[in-house]
Design a protein around this ligand. Structure first.
Ligand code: PLP
Length: 326
């Protein structure tokens, strides 16, 4: 809470008052498209690309959210501006868009004014996401293969970012059973590597990068950034079918996602990748990313880790006071 507001279907409301109905299609079917964008130094990074993906997901789901993409961008900017004042300078933000087609029509009589899509834009200080992540930049992540497969595009197309995420959750649970804290990379039914439940994967072999071709995956905005940065750095990169064999030959493996950008794989299926440390290609891409966004995201995560206990204490105190006054 702490003074933050949320864009909620046309108005700005305090975070705790932004409530989605139990009859909403999002709850009934997981029928909702969403996006997660982050800021660097207070400015959204590739917001337009995230919104284009959101509108692509909405076209697949046949949802008209009632806002043009330009209006959605404008409201996003407004939400961010309204909330930035609640934090000290230097805080970066997680921006979340969630769009469902609204309450299920069978319960429509509860909304005599008419059923409308549920559209929310919220922003959250990145400290709670990135503080706990900081040590992973140093240690790397252990990647495992869960039993859960990626869904092929002809069943449900992973290119749309939707809240129907049960298969991702199952992959995560299976990953935890294989090894606490490990990251599951799903393979598609053809036996090719696809993606993790919230990240894309890359292998490096003899200085060249390969990544699963985009048939059965979410085409990550960070994945696209790696493609751009690799081209700028003159690092060869191919999109192709990859399996366990290729992963086990890799000198480096890395994962990408919007919040942390890039993190190295320490092991794959229990075998150490290279020497287990962040390798030269990940190092180069990380540096190029820092230059592009003007923020050292690794240092920032460590700073957030140090500041997190006090931030949480303040936040809880502010929320207790606000609730007492209410
Ligand atoms: C299934 C899946 N794959 C990949 C990604 C990475 O996408 P991006 O780089 O746009 O965050 C995500 C992000 O949440 C995801 O949910």
């Amino acid at each position: 809470m702490a003074g933050r507001v949320v864009y909620f279907s046309g108005e700005f409301v305090p975070e705790r008052e932004a409530r989605v109905s139990i009859f909403d299609c999002a709850l009934m079917y997981g029928d909702m498209a969403f996006e997660m964008t982050r800021t660097f130094d207070g400015r959204s990074f590739k917001l337009r690309e995230h919104l284009e993906r959101l509108y692509g997901s909405l076209r697949l789901l046949e949802i008209d959210c009632g806002l043009t993409i330009d209006e959605m961008e404008e409201q996003t900017q407004l939400t961010l501006e309204k909330n930035q004042a609640t934090e000290e300078e230097g805080m970066d933000w997680w921006i979340m868009h969630d769009v469902s087609r609204g309450p299920l029509p069978v319960y429509g009589s509860l909304w005599p004014e008419g059923v409308k899509p549920t559209v929310t834009i919220s922003t959250w200080p990145l400290i709670t996401h990135m503080g706990p992540f900081a040590e992973k930049y140093t240690r790397g992540v252990d990647i495992v293969v869960p039993a859960q497969q990626a869904l092929p595009a002809h069943l449900i197309d992973a290119k749309a970012k939707t809240r129907s995420r049960m298969h991702y959750k199952l992959a995560e649970l299976q990953g935890q059973r294989i090894g606490e804290g490990s990251w599951p990379v799903m393979f598609d039914p053809d036996g090719f590597m696809a993606e993790g439940p919230g990240w894309n994967i890359f292998l490096v072999h003899e200085g060249a990068i390969s990544t699963p071709e985009p048939r059965n995956i979410l085409q990550g905005v960070s994945r696209a950034t790696v493609l751009e940065l690799a081209a700028e750095e003159g690092i060869p990169l191919v999109e192709r079918n990859l399996g366990r064999y290729e992963a086990l030959q890799a000198d480096e493996i890395f994962c990408t996602s919007t919040s942390y950008c890039i993190v190295h794989g320490r092991s794959f299926e229990g075998q150490v990748v290279g020497d287990g440390q962040r390798g030269p290609v990940v190092e180069r891409l990380t540096e190029a990313w820092r230059q592009r966004v003007g923020v050292d995201m690794i240092q920032q995560a460590h700073d957030y880790a140090a500041a997190l206990p006090a931030w949480l204490e303040n936040e809880q105190q502010a929320n207790r006071s606000a609730l007492a006054e209410a």
